[in-house]
Design a binder for this molecule. Structure first.
Ligand SMILES: Nc1ncnc2c1ncn2[C@@H]1O[C@H](COP(=O)(O)OP(=O)(O)O)[C@@H](O)[C@H]1O
Ligand SMILES: [Mg+2]
Length: 361
C-alpha cells in the first residue's frame, strides 16, 4: 500500500536505502536534510560524509526510486547531493592541525613503487571531487612533490606562518622547499620527526577536509618515530605486485599497527600494462599480490593502478594523470580508487567511538 506524501512518509521510504559501505540506511546515518514538500512535489538534500563518495549516483537513484515506489501520486522529486566531511576521531584528540578534519599517510615499505605518484593523484582526485585538500611532502630523502605538482616557487611567510603553495586545487608544502635532501640523508629519527612536526605547526593549512602525507619509504626506527608524531586518521600502503615489495608492504602494515593507526587499505601500483596498440593486458610483475596481501592482513584492497607511460610523463611535467588525461581509463580507475579510500575513512570515523569530552565546571 502506497502512503500519502508527507515528511514522515518520505523518511520512511528513504529508510529502505542503505549505504553499502556504512551498512546503515541513509536516514539512520543522518544524511537527509531540508525536506520540503509543495503540492505533490518533494525536495531534499542527501548530505554524504565525503564529496568523494563511490556510490553517490546509485544512492541518488535509489532514493528517488524508493519514493516513487512507496508514495502515492508523487510529482517531481528533486534531490541535491551535498557533503560534509566528518572529523576523524584521531583529529578530535590532536592538538596539531586543528583545522584539518582527516590526515592520511601514503606509505610504502620501499622506494620506487610509485608512492609519490599515488599521493599526488589521490590529492588531486579528492580536490576534483570538491574536497578541500592539502598535500605534505614529508619524504625527507626524496621530496618529489614540487616536481610532480609543477611547483617551482618558494613558499612565502605570512606573519609567523608559512603559506602552502596551491597547484591543481591542492595546498602543497614540501620539505624539499626548505631543506637540502643531501643534508637530510644523515638525519636521525628525532630530527626528521622534528622537521615534520614543524610542518604541521608552522604552516598555515587553513581548513582542510583531507591532508595527505607523502612519507619517506621504509619501516625503520625513523619511520616509527615519524608516524608516532603525526596525528594520523589512517594510512594507505602502496605496493607493486612483486614478492619482495609485498613483504615490505606487510612490514609497513605492522608498523602502523604498532602505533594504532588504522590501515585504510592497500593500493597495488604498476599492476598490469595494457598495450596501446592491440589492447592486450600484460601482467609484468605477476598479478593479484596486493589483493592477496590485503586478504592475508585482513585490510581492504583499495584498488590497482596499471603501468601507463603518461602517468610517468605527468609526474615529470607537473600534471598528474587525472588532470593531464581526465578521460583516460587509467584516470577513471584512479578517481574511483580515491573514492574507495575516502569511503574507508568514513567507515573508520563511524566505527571508532568518539572520545568523551569531559567538561569540569
Ligand atoms: N602506474 C605507473 N605507470 C607509469 N609510471 C609510473 C607509475 N607509477 C609510478 N610511475 C613512475 O615511476 C617512478 C617512481 O615513482 P614515484 O612515485 O616517484 O615512486 P616513490 O615515491 O615510491 O619512490 C616515477 O618516474 C613515476 O612517474
Ligand atoms: Mg617518492
Amino acid at each position: 500500500m502506497k502512503q500519502q506524501l508527507s515528511e514522515t512518509s518520505v523518511l520512511n521510504s528513504l529508510r529502505l536505502v542503505k549505504d553499502p559501505d556504512l551498512h546503515r540506511d541513509i536516514v539512520a546515518l543522518n544524511f537527509i536534510k531540508d525536506i520540503k514538500i509543495e503540492k505533490n512535489n518533494v525536495f531534499f538534500k542527501i548530505e554524504l560524509t565525503t564529496p568523494s563518495c563511490p556510490v553517490k549516483d546509485e544512492l541518488k537513484a535509489q532514493a528517488e526510486q524508493a519514493i516513487r515506489d512507496n508514495i502515492e501520486n508523487i510529482g517531481s522529486i528533486s534531490i541535491e547531493m551535498t557533503s560534509s566531511v566528518r572529523v576523524s576521531p584521531m583529529q578530535l584528540r590532536a592538538e596539531l592541525l586543528s583545522g584539518v578534519k582527516n590526515t592520511i599517510a601514503v606509505a610504502s615499505g620501499k622506494g620506487g613503487v610509485g608512492k609519490s605518484t599515488v599521493a599526488v593523484n589521490l590529492a588531486v582526485s579528492l580536490a576534483l571531487d570538491g574536497a578541500k585538500v592539502g598535500l605534505l611532502d614529508a619524504d625527507i630523502y626524496g621530496p618529489s612533490i614540487p616536481l610532480m605538482m609543477g611547483i617551482d616557487e618558494r613558499p612565502k611567510m605570512k606573519g609567523q606562518k608559512l603559506m602552502p603553495l596551491e597547484a591543481h586545487g591542492v595546498q602543497v608544502m614540501s620539505i624539499g622547499f626548505l631543506v637540502d635532501p643531501m643534508q637530510a640523508v644523515i638525519w636521525r629519527g628525532p630530527m626528521v620527526s622534528g622537521a615534520v612536526k614543524q610542518f604541521m605547526s608552522d604552516v598555515d593549512w587553513g581548513e582542510l577536509d583531507y591532508l595527505i602525507f607523502d612519507l619517506p619509504p621504509g619501516t625503520g626506527d625513523i619511520h616509527l618515530t615519524l608516524v608516532q608524531s603525526i596525528p594520523l586518521s589512517g594510512a594507505v600502503v602502496v605496493t607493486t605486485p612483486q614478492d619482495i615489495s609485498l613483504a615490505d608492504a606487510r612490514k609497513a602494515f605492522a608498523m602502523f599497527q604498532k602505533v594504532n593507526v588504522p590501515v585504510l587499505g592497500i593500493i597495488e601500483n604498476m599492476s598490469y600494462y595494457i598495450c596501446g596498440h592491440c589492447g592486450h593486458r600484460e601482467e609484468i610483475f605477476s598479478t593479484g599480490g596486493g589483493k592477496k596481501a590485503a586478504d592475508d592482513l585482513n585490510v581492504p584492497f583499495i584498488g590497482d593502478i596499471p603501468i601507463y607511460t603518461p602517468i610517468r610523463i605527468g609526474g615529470d611535467i607537473g600534471k598528474p594523470i587525472v588532470v593531464l588525461e581526465p578521460e583516460a581509463e587509467q584516470s577513471k580507475t584512479i578517481r574511483q580508487l580515491t573514492r574507495n579510500m575516502a569511503a574507508q575513512l568514513s567507515i573508520q570515523s563511524l566505527s571508532t567511538p568518539t572520545p568523551k569530552i569531559e567538561i569540569s565546571l
